[in-house]
Design a protein around this ligand. Structure first.
Ligand code: C2E
Ligand code: MG
Ligand code: MG
Length: 616
């Protein structure tokens, strides 16, 4: 070995301090074993020790998985750790000039080492608490802090043995150890902010002041959006880094007397003991901005956002549990509203959440019990007056159903993962009925089925369509899929690829509710829809301007090569306008309401449309 262990300038006194402890070569101590075990667990290291650095050796008072109970001082890492009072970290000993030829590295395979010095009451570093791994790595700042805390505790334990000699010092150390233990019991080890128990106690402690009206406390519940994706995409180390960074940012954003806590994985709480009106909302706004700044980790920039719920102490709040429940309900509402936002708890939030939960169980019940059925509404050609298709609209038979329409029914099914079953039902059932109608001779009529963009993004939709066409024997030209304008479609993403594939199979595609959503000219040009369905809000023409808008929409559809359908026709005047502006197809209560059972066959030209034609 080339290197020799460094010798501190106060080596003589240091060795005296070590000897005074009367600990060398004594039997194991259960409490110290616990501390060493805790160090290994907190740092995720296979090996750990309490090492005492003697004149020519290091001796392990306690250790986990170390190859022996002592080594030469020259070979030891701890001889270097005691040169300062901070934690020493060696990421890779095999590339470190001080250690690469130590037998611990060459023979025992030590690579990573982190040690915190054990400082005696007089300030001498007598040994260390250290952790060791056989792979090159490092530890997080919070783990370094824990090593230091554990070193303090170990030292206090060692000093206990000299109770008789030095009462005062021991009491000091014990006090410090107690404070450290108290810190551990009330703080989150990863982020250093308060833990659940501490914050619950703190909120409960505010109860009397709130009840007397002398303060008005608020609680903010912060949950990171899609945090699981961060862990999955970047790994847990990056996840921890994000949590620590976000905790710091929340801490920095909060005011002096606000308390910050972490409840569980990605859930944080801020308690504002005395919140003037809108103080919590203003803080939430600042925190959303602070959280949105990308977190840097190993050259990567990780983007996160959060959903925040705010609740205030009120008459119905009796305990911390009540207040946290309200704040968490408001946070859940923020998630439902689209995440990355703040919602303040009010009765409205509670009512809406109950309604949504009712909707969840209702939709689950309907889908599972097979109570779904379809109604059909005819679409009429404005040139021939004949039915060219029937739109399939989702219905269910269930007495006592909450009042939700098919749009919300499908959206709820999307939330609870049942939308696949609905897609399967609507496409199969519609194809079956359409095929039956064609078999009865109504060859030109098609069936239209509504598909949401979530349904479209599922890979199965192509398979579902192919299976339904195959099983029913319906020609693909007999099926039209109606797609509602959506932001997702606007990007050329998987949705458009699926649409192209379906069109390739011979299925036609309609853009539903045109004019209400996100469709831009770019979307219309990037995908060749077969039909454009103008939303019913454009159909009730009341002024010259309305008529011009309607006419332009029809012309737009035509210039892009689409057939134009107008929906929601309730008045004869609207029908007349549509004819006038050159619309191709009309649908609405005036011409026929949605009906159950098989759609009527061989419908004669509609008299109202025929009437228009004869007047021309
Ligand atoms: P949509 O595709 O625009 O369907 C037309 C809606 O307008 C239907 O409501 C229909 O009953 C209604 N309607 C038809 N004519 C008139 C009229 O003259 N006046 C008025 N006021 N309304 C008229 P419905 O059945 O309640 O469906 C609402 C929406 O729910 C549909 O709008 C569609 O987006 C969605 N939806 C319905 N069935 C399904 C389905 O099977 N799957 C999916 N994904 N969505 C569906
Ligand atoms: Mg539709
Ligand atoms: Mg529509």
């Amino acid at each position: 070995m080339v290197m020799r262990a460094p010798i501190p300038t106060n080596e003589h006194e240091r060795l005296d301090a070590l000897l005074e402890l009367e600990v060398l070569d004594t039997p194991p101590d259960e409490r110290l074993d616990e501390i060493v075990g805790l160090a290994a667990d907190l740092c995720g290291a296979p090996m750990a020790a309490l090492s005492l650095v003697d004149s020519h050796r290091q001796w392990f008072k306690s250790h986990r998985n170390m190859p022996s109970t002592q080594t030469s001082r020259d070979a030891s890492f701890c001889a270097h750790t005691i040169m300062s009072d901070s934690v020493m970290v060696v990421r890779d000993a095999s590339t470190d000039a001080r250690f690469f030829d130590s037998p611990l590295v060459t023979d025992e395979g030590f690579r990573f080492y982190a040690g915190a010095p054990l400082i005696s009451a007089d300030g001498y570093a007598v040994g260390t608490i250290c952790v060791v791994d056989t792979v090159a790595r490092t530890i997080e700042p919070w783990q370094e802090k824990m090593l230091q805390i554990l070193a303090c505790q170990a030292m206090a334990q060692l000093r206990l043995r000299q109770l008789v000699d030095d009462h005062a010092d021991v009491l000091d150390d014990l006090d410090m150890a107690n404070r450290n233990l108290n810190f551990l019991a009330t703080h989150d080890p990863l982020t250093g902010v308060l833990n659940r128990r501490a914050v619950t106690d703190l909120i409960d402690g505010l109860a009397t002041a709130n009840a007397s009206g002398s303060v008005s406390s608020a609680v903010m519940f912060i949950d990171l959006d899609h945090f699981k994706d961060v862990n999955d995409a970047y790994g847990h180390e990056a996840g921890d880094r994000v949590l620590v960074t976000i905790a710091d940012r929340i801490h920095l954003g909060a005011r002096g007397d606000d308390a910050v806590a972490r409840l569980a994985s990605d859930e944080f709480v801020v308690v504002i003991p005395n919140a003037v009106p809108y103080a919590a909302e203003a803080l939430a706004r600042r925190l959303l901005q602070a959280i949105a700044v990308p977190v840097e980790h190993k050259g990567m920039a990780i983007n996160v956002s959060a959903s925040i719920g705010i609740a205030r102490w009120g008459d119905h709040v009796l305990s911390a549990g009540d207040l946290l429940r309200d704040a968490s309900a408001a946070m859940n509402y923020a998630k439902l509203e689209g995440r990355n936002r703040t919602v303040t708890f009010e009765d409205r939030v509670a009512n809406e959440l109950t309604r949504r939960l009712d909707a969840h169980s209702f939709v689950r019940h309907v889908v599972r019990s097979g109570a779904l059925r379809l109604e059909f509404q005819p679409l009429w050609s404005l040139s021939t007056g004949e039915v060219i298709a029937h739109e399939a609209l989702l219905r269910w038979d269930s007495p006592g159903a909450p009042v939700i329409g098919p749009g919300e029914f499908v959206a709820t099914a999307e939330e609870i993962g049942l939308v696949g079953e609905i897609t399967k039902f609507t496409i199969r059932e519609a194809c079956r009925l359409a095929s039956r109608r064609r078999a009865a001779g109504e060859m030109s009529s098609a069936v239209t089925v509504n598909i949401s963009s979530v349904q479209l993004e599922r890979d199965e939709v192509i398979l579902e369509v192919a299976t339904a066409l195959n099983d029913s024997g319906l020609d693909p030209s007999g099926l039209i899929l109606e797609l509602t304008e959506s932001a997702k479609l606007a990007e050329s993403g998987p949705g458009q690829a699926t649409l192209r594939e379906l069109q390739h199979m011979g299925v036609r595609i309609a853009l539903d509710d045109f004019g209400t959503g996100f469709a831009s000219l770019a979307l219309l040009r990037s995908f060749p829809f077969d039909y454009m369905k103008i939303d019913r809000s454009f159909v009730t023409v009341q002024s010259e301007i309305d008529r011009d808008v309607l006419r332009s929409l029809v012309q737009l559809g035509h210039s892009l090569g689409m057939m134009v359908i107008a929906e929601g026709i309730e008045e004869p005047a609207a029908l007349e306008q549509l004819r006038e502006v050159g619309c191709d197809v009309a649908q609405g209560y005036l011409l026929g309401r949605p009906g159950s059972g098989d759609p009527p066959q061989h419908m004669a030209p509609h008299p109202l449309i025929a009437g228009l034609a004869t007047r021309d």
